[in-house]
Every structure is written in C-alpha cells, then in structure tokens.
Design a protein around this ligand. Structure first.
Ligand code: NAD
Ligand code: IPM
Ligand code: MN
Length: 359
C-alpha cells in the first residue's frame, strides 16, 4: 500500500535541505519501487506569515493522517519579536506534543571519511557510534506553571517547571533499553540527581526499568560530567538517555564529534512507531538562502524514516551507503570541508547522493 509522507520544510535552510531530501525520496520511488506519496504543508514562520499561527489545524490533521512526517527546520530572526507562545518553535513543539512523539532518537555516528572534519582529534572520534535518546514531550519544555510574572515590588520574575511523572520516565527508559538491546547493551542515564528532585526520581525509575533488561548495563552520570566526557572520551558511550532539555544540549554537542551539526538526523517516535523525522539543527539564518547548507542530516533523516516508520530497511541502508559513497568521492559542503576535498553546495550534494543510490 502506498505510504503517505507529509513534508514540512518550514523556514530558512529548512526549505533548501528538504528539497534535497525530496529528490532522494523521488528517486527511491521512481527507480527502487518505494510506494510513497508526498504532500506539503506549512509550519513555523512560514505558517505564521500565511495563517497567523505556527501550527495550522490543517497541518496537524495532515500529520496525524500521514504515515510519517519529514520536517526541515523552523524559526528565524523575522519572528523573534513575537510572543513566545506563538513563535515558529511552538509549531514544532505542538507537533511533537500533538502526535505524542515522546522518544527522540539522535544518532551521533561518525562517517570515517569525516574524522578530520571534527574539531576533536581524529583518534578521539574515530569509530564513534552513540545513540542519544531524548525525552521529547515532557520536562521543563512543557511543565506548568510557566511564564513571566510581576512581583509585589514591581520586579518581573520568569519561571518554568521541570516535571516528570514515573510513567513518562518509564516509557523513555524502555525505549532506550530496547535500543540498547540491539546495540552494545549499555545505557548511560544522564541526570542532575544531586540537585534536582525531579531527576532523583528519574534515576530511581531508570534503575527499576533496568531490572527488566538484565543483559543491559545501566550507568548514571550527572549532566555536567556527561558534557565533559562527551568531548574527553566520547566512545565510552553506547546509548545515552536523558531529559528533554539535557538531550537538546548534549545532542548539539555530540553532533560536532561527527564533523558538523549538518550531519545529525533524528527520529521522533510515538508508542506505535509513527514518527516525525528531522535534522537536529535549526533554520541557520546565517547561511539561509545561499545554497551552502549541508543537506545530509535531512537525507539521513529520510533513511531513519524508511527504517522506523515505513518498514523499508533495505532502502534506508541504500541511502546511508550512498551518503558514504559521496563522502568517498570527496564531496563536502562548507561545514565539513577540509583540505584536499571538493567543496559543493546544497543542491550538488543532494544530486550526488541521488546518483550514488545506484552504487
Ligand atoms: P542552528 O542549528 O540553526 O544553527 C547553528 C549554527 O550551525 C549556525 O552557524 C548554522 O549556520 C550552522 N548550521 C546549522 N545547520 C547547518 C547545516 N545543515 N549546514 C551547515 N551549517 C549548519 O541554531 P541557531 O542559530 O541557534 O537557531 C536558528 C533558528 O533555528 C532559531 O530560530 C531556532 O529556534 C531555530 N531552531 C530550530 C530547530 C528545529 O526546527 N528543529 C532546531 C534548532 C534551532
Ligand atoms: C531541536 C530544537 C528545538 C528544541 C526548538 C527549536 C524548539 O532546538 O529540535 O533540537 O529545543 O527541541
Ligand atoms: Mn536543539
């Protein structure tokens, strides 16, 4: 049966990189038998400009009906003056919450060809393969109460709430352990249990969940240490599981181990495998419209979509092989360019991946 994929390019480089990912999807449809149809809708700043809000009801409805969603990025300086409750980023958060996408998988995998593109020494990152499992629909991002209030003395006070229920921790814990079972069977739970009660409970629940996975080794690390260990000796990690905000920060940090934030894809999954797929980076206003953004994180997000939501493992592997081939050919966008390689723009990189699908 033909699967439905909803495309949400969004803002800034989102439009440029999704265009390249669509070339790959179309090539898989035309030449490799992928039964897929796409539809495009508005989210983020583009939706604000067209409809007044960052997540039109129609977009959410189309996302619910689709088998999978591919998102570019949202946000940009144009919409920063708006109230935080109606900014582009709220569109993305609304999709995650509205679709129940609580499990965010962010694989930091170093393609060996890019060992010298990382800002860390090649021997520190060579062979790197970490899976960051980020809780995505709870924590301080969604906790109530939140806001800015005026105190009696006239001073304003900003406040947000870090909150996790046991069931929320348990389901992200299970997601992480299930993944670890298919990998090297090690889970490191990252928290701040020495200071925050919320993550003290998080740790307790992780220990409980671990009892159902006797083959998996669970360790715990405070987030400040984890941030340091990621650049000191990143290969010590297999699966890292953490809260919404810690996962946001640590995954940007981990992306640099792979050469560039433009290399890191993600899958955001619900309890039944329905998913939204996006690069972990943003709309990159500093390079938007120049045709220089790296489309590989988005193309690799398509591979994750084929693997996790469309049941097309062989085609997912085909995309990943094609990306590797293109790196073998020495093609590099500016963010991963090093001496002796060929610098190409966004579209040329996308075309090269399409051509390499045949290899
Ligand atoms: P960003 O990820 O957009 O950019 C950070 C830096 O990385 C910039 O220098 C940018 O040029 C570079 N970069 C990012 N993606 C790249 C790519 N594919 N190729 C080459 N270079 C790339 O983060 P930011 O600047 O903090 O945020 C910009 C806007 O994006 C903000 O409005 C923010 O809220 C939004 N944002 C959206 C998402 C999302 O939609 N998932 C994620 C992060 C940030
Ligand atoms: C990401 C982004 C988002 C987040 C923002 C844009 C809401 O940084 O996907 O990592 O913080 O989750
Ligand atoms: Mn982020």
């Amino acid at each position: 049966m033909t699967k439905k994929v909803l495309l949400l390019p969004g803002d800034g480089i989102g439009i440029e990189i999704v265009a390249e990912a669509v070339k790959v999807l179309q090539a898989l449809r035309n030449d490799y038998g992928l039964a897929v149809e796409t539809e495009t809708a508005l989210v983020g700043g583009a939706a604000i400009d067209a409809t007044g809000g960052p997540l039109p009801e129609e977009t959410l409805q189309l996302a619910r009906e689709a088998d999978a969603v591919l998102l570019g990025a949202v946000g940009g300086p144009k919409w920063e003056p708006l109230d935080i409750s109606i900014r582009p980023e709220k569109g993305l958060l609304g999709l995650r919450a509205g679709l129940g996408l609580f499990a965010n998988l962010r694989p930091a995998l170093l393609y060996p060809q890019l060992a010298s593109a990382s800002t860390l020494r090649p021997e520190v990152v060579a062979g790197l393969d970490i899976m960051i499992v980020r809780e995505l629909t709870g924590g301080i991002y969604f906790g109530q109460p939140r806001g800015i209030r005026t105190l009696e003395n006239g001073e304003r006070q900003g406040f947000n709430t870090l909150v996790y229920s046991e069931s929320e921790v348990e389901r992200i814990g299970r997601a992480a352990f299930d993944i670890a079972m298919k990998r090297n069977k090690r889970v490191c739970s990252v928290d701040k249990a020495n200071v925050l009660e919320c993550t003290e409970l998080w740790r307790e629940v992780m220990i409980r969940v671990a009892k159902d996975y006797p083959e998996v080794e669970l360790s715990h690390m405070y987030v400040d240490n984890a941030a340091m260990q990621l650049v000191r000796a990143p290969k010590q990690f297999d699966v890292m599981v953490t809260t919404n905000m810690f996962g946001d920060i640590l995954s940007d940090e981990a992306s640099m181990l792979t050469g560039s934030i433009g290399m890191l894809p993600s899958a955001s999954l619900d309890a039944d495998g329905k998913g939204m797929y996006e690069p972990i980076h943003g709309s990159a206003p500093d390079i938007a419209g120049q045709g220089v953004a790296n489309p590989l994180a988005t193309i690799l997000s398509v591979a994750m979509m084929l693997r996790y939501s469309l049941g097309e493992e062989a085609l997912a592997a085909r995309i990943e092989r094609a990306v590797s081939r293109v790196l073998d050919q020495g093609l590099r966008t500016a963010d991963i360019h090093t001496e002796g390689t060929t610098r190409v723009g966004t579209a040329r990189m996308g075309d090269a991946v399409v051509a390499a699908l045949a290899d």
